[in-house]
Each structure stands twice: as structure tokens, then as C-alpha cells.
Design a protein around this ligand. Structure first.
Ligand code: HEC
Length: 179
């Protein structure tokens, strides 16, 4: 009877040891699977990142809330980036780009004596605050095919300052929405 007892315990112990060994083996396998999974999961946001970045770029921050408190002196300074190609004074000449007096609220592509690209002529409409905001953020993205070779102005506040400055150089400055 005693012998039987130890035999039974012996096989249980063996079974347990084997189970334990298998268990460790399984654990190791699953563990490395976990690692693989983690490595993969880290890859996902990385793969997703460029799309997120592109999406981010396409969202253009509105500037109308910034216009009322815009810094006109900073806007005039910012215009230096445009001055190689544009004048802003009344009756100023066209240069590489058209004269920008009256541009805020004006019809798109209508300055006489300036040869606009087909892309800009096709755009139509008016240069309202939102249109200028989008155009100056990235001209080539808003009007693909424009011949305005200018990368764009990243900071919403910089665009607001500049547009507020241009707005003042008009016979009757366009009303700021909500003012
Ligand atoms: C390298 C030259 C260059 C620079 C710098 C430049 N522009 Fe232009 N801009 C042009 C040209 C060329 C056009 C005409 C685009 C076309 O016909 O596609 C134009 C067109 C425009 C128009 C449309 C005008 C209209 O009559 O419809 C606006 C508004 C404008 N530019 C604003 C600006 C502002 C503001 C800046 C500075 C932040 C600037 N541009 C910088 C060359 C330039």
C-alpha cells in the first residue's frame, strides 16, 4: 500500500515537473510572441505618423480671431518677405507679382497689366480673409500651378499681422468679421 502511494505521488511529481517544463516553454514562446507583438505595435503609430502629419498640415488655423489684435508694425516687417515681388502702395507697380493695394476683399487675379497663371485665373472669387489665410499658408497647396514661388508662412499670428497690414492699404478696408 505504502509502495503504491509513493508510486502514485512519483508519477504526479513527474507529471507536474513535465507540466512545469512545458509551462516554462510555453511561457517563453508566448513571451517572445508578446515581444513581437509589441515591436509591431510600436510600428503602427510610426507608419501612421506621416499621414497624421499630412492631415495636420492641411488644417489651416483660422486667423479671423487674431485679426482684431494683430500687430500692424509686425505685419509691415513681415511684408519684407513679399516685397521682392510685390508693392503694396496705391498705384504701386507690378513686379514679379501684382501690386497688392486693395487686395484684401478684391477679386482674384484682376490687377491690370499683370499676366496671371491659368491656375490663379481659374480660382476666381475674392481674396477674403480666409482665402488669403489659406493662400499665404502654402500658396502651391491652395492654388496648385500658381506662379507665386513662395513657401508660405507657418505661424497663424504672422499671417494675421501681415493680412491686417495689407487690409489697411486699401481705399476702404474690408470689415473684420465680428467687429
Ligand atoms: C518670388 C516672388 C513672390 C513672393 C516672394 C511673393 N509673391 Fe505673391 N505673387 C507672386 C506672383 C508671381 C503672383 C501671381 C501668381 C499667379 O498668377 O499664379 C502672386 C500673387 C499674389 C496674390 C494674388 C493677387 C491677385 O491679384 O490675385 C497675393 C494676394 C499675393 N501674391 C500675396 C503675397 C504676399 C502677402 C507675399 C508675402 C508673404 C507674397 N505674395 C510673396 C510672386 C510672389
Amino acid at each position: 500500500m505504502g509502495g503504491e502511494f509513493y508510486k502514485v505521488w512519483g508519477s504526479i511529481l513527474i507529471a507536474l515537473t513535465v507540466a512545469l517544463a512545458i509551462g516554462i516553454g510555453i511561457n517563453e514562446v508566448t513571451h517572445s510572441e508578446h515581444l513581437d507583438e509589441n515591436a509591431y505595435k510600436v510600428d503602427v503609430p510610426e507608419g501612421g505618423a506621416p499621414t497624421a502629419a499630412v492631415a495636420e498640415k492641411k488644417v489651416i488655423e483660422p486667423i479671423t480671431p487674431l485679426l482684431a489684435s494683430a500687430d500692424l508694425a509686425a505685419g509691415e516687417k513681415a511684408f519684407k518677405r513679399c516685397a521682392t515681388c510685390h508693392t503694396f502702395e496705391k498705384d504701386g507697380p507690378n513686379k514679379v507679382g501684382p501690386n497688392l493695394y486693395n487686395v484684401v476683399g478684391n477679386q482674384v487675379g484682376t490687377i491690370s497689366g499683370f499676366a496671371y497663371s491659368d491656375a490663379l485665373k481659374a480660382m476666381g472669387g475674392q481674396w477674403g480673409f480666409d482665402e488669403l489665410n489659406a493662400f499665404l499658408t502654402k500658396p502651391k497647396e491652395m492654388v496648385p500651378g500658381t506662379k507665386m514661388t513662395f513657401a508660405g508662412i507657418k505661424k497663424p499670428q504672422d499671417r494675421a499681422n501681415l493680412i491686417a497690414f495689407l487690409r489697411q492699404h486699401a481705399d476702404s478696408p474690408l470689415a473684420i468679421p465680428g467687429q
